[in-house]
Design a protein around this ligand. Sequence first.
Ligand code: CMP
Length: 139
Amino acid sequence: AVTRTFSIIKPDATKRNLTGAVTKMLEEAGLRVVASKRIQMSKEQAEGFYAVHKERPFFGDLVSFMISGPVVVQVLEGEDAVKRNRDVMGATNPADAAEGTIRKAFAESIEANSVHGSDSEENAAIEIAFFFKPEEIVG
Ligand code: CMP
């Protein structure tokens, strides 16, 4: 079924002017950008978005990194979008990412790993609603 997922192009990628290159790989994987905006996340926003990781040892560094520069938040649409997006992103740690994936091509470290993608349709709906109003999404 055609579904939606949520994606973030992270500060390490926006800093290196890779917004287009990352988006091209998403599009070539069969995903369509149906909403997109470049934002500077606030500390509160980043903490809220990553609230599920609050107790993890890397939480503070993750929040600092995500507010270290602009990010591009996107809604992606396509056949089985969550899985399709996760496949093209590659493993969280770029050292484990397969050839042809975004993280293999661009990620610098497990933290500066260039992209975020929702891990389930349920979380996709929550994450999309965190950043977008319904009228900002045009399919
Ligand atoms: P993301 O999909 O955005 O969700 C949580 C993020 O935490 C993850 O990608 C990584 O960029 C980041 N992170 C930093 N350190 C770790 C770690 N040791 N294990 C897992 N995720 C980490």
